[in-house]
Design a protein around this ligand. Structure first.
Ligand code: NAI
Length: 332
């Protein structure tokens, strides 16, 4: 039976990498049927809705969304659709695996970190106001409910994947109440997992440690803002944003997307690296129980990267997105 999934094409490089990823999924025999929608800033300009009602309805029916990046205006304009989707569908667990690939040369070998980022609250709750003309205020919200579930997911993942350590990242020395609550809950839950080492570190120290000794980290669990920033940092350790996938999971819905944005600087040039989005699609296949297809695609990507002759410019090559896609399909 074919699984039906919803696909959002997004802005910037979104449509280019979506076309490539769907072509590779089809070539791998993923057995998926797609309901595809244009969403985002470009869709708004063309038809007056950022996300058409039918697109929401499709996701609500299929429960699984493969979403490419959407442009968000800075400072003014509509609120981030990404943040809205995560809140609307309570996609509370943003899981971002950053793993070194032997074929991609960086100064940091042996990185294998999975970041569990709380996805629905913290400073991203969107509670902002102008107190007066010269004073703006954003409220940070940390709750027991949202902290408990992401922390428990991180420990469960560590157990299921044979990982050894979970590091809680916070700034409880300054935000004693909010980050203090997150840290306290972390140690409460850690007691349920005696086989996993539990430690906590302050976020600024972690930024430095990630660059100096990234191999010490295993699973990281953290709040929304820190997780957002540290996962981009982690992508730099393994070769850039073109290589960092993610899943956004809730109890009812699942959304899979690359960590990177719409990359307007290279949009339309046909040179975007679709790997992060493709690996996000592999996480989706695993979520759907199609582990063999995911493994087949991961193997083909590894072979193409190891061969090194067909790489996109962000990885030091000169291949187009289409040439890279064709090389992966040839290896399937
Ligand atoms: P970005 O991630 O789009 O780009 C940062 C840099 O990385 C750029 O130089 C870009 O060319 C490069 N890059 C990113 N993905 C790449 C890929 N697949 N292949 C090759 N190079 C790649 O971040 P930026 O420029 O800060 O944001 C652009 C827009 O994307 C903004 O409107 C932002 O709000 C939005 N955004 C959307 C996200 C989402 O939809 N989940 C996530 C992050 C940003």
């Amino acid at each position: 039976m074919s699984d039906v999934i919803t696909v959002f094409k997004g802005d910037g490089i979104g449509p280019e990498i979506t076309d490539s990823v769907l072509a590779i999924l089809n070539a791998a025999g993923a057995g998926l049927t797609y309901e595809i929608f244009s969403v985002g800033a470009a869709e708004y300009e063309a038809h007056g809705a950022l996300i058409p009602d039918e697109a929401f309805a499709s996701f609500e029916k299929n429960k699984v969304l493969l979403k490419s990046p959407i442009t968000t205006p800075l400072g003014t304009g509509f609120r981030s659709l990404n943040v809205m989707m995560r809140k609307k569908y309570d996609l509370y667990a943003n899981i971002r695996p950053a793993k070194s690939n032997a074929a991609i040369k960086t100064p940091f070998g042996g990185v294998d970190i999975v970041i569990f980022r709380e996805n629905t609250e913290d400073l991203y709750a969107g509670i902002e106001e102008m107190v007066d003309e010269n004073t703006a205020r954003s409220i940070k919200v940390i709750t027991r409910k949202c902290s408990e579930r992401i922390i428990r997911d991180a420990f469960d993942y560590a157990v299921n994947q044979g990982r050894k350590k979970v590091t809680c990242v916070h700034k409880a020395n300054i935000m004693k109440l909010s980050d203090g609550l997150f840290r306290n809950i972390f140690y409460e839950i850690a007691k349920e997992y005696p086989q996993i080492t539990a430690e906590d570190k302050i976020v600024d120290n972690v930024a430095m440690q990630l660059v100096m000794h990234p191999q010490q980290f295993d699973v990281i669990v953290t709040e929304n803002l820190y997780g957002d920033i540290l996962s981009d940092l982690a992508s730099g350790l393994i070769g850039g944003l073109g290589l960092l996938p993610s899943s956004n999971l809730g109890s009812d819905y699942a959304m899979f997307e690359a960590v990177h944005g719409s990359a307007p600087d290279i949009a339309g040039k046909g040179i975007a690296n679709p790997t992060a989005f493709l690996w996000s699609a592999c996480m989706m296949l695993e979520h759907l129980g199609k582990n063999e297809t995911a493994a087949k695609i991961r193997r083909a990507v590894d072979e193409v990267l190891a061969d090194g002759s067909v790489m996109t410019p962000d990885l030091g090559g000169s291949a187009t997105t289409k040439e890279y896609e064709a090389a992966i399909i040839a290896r399937l």
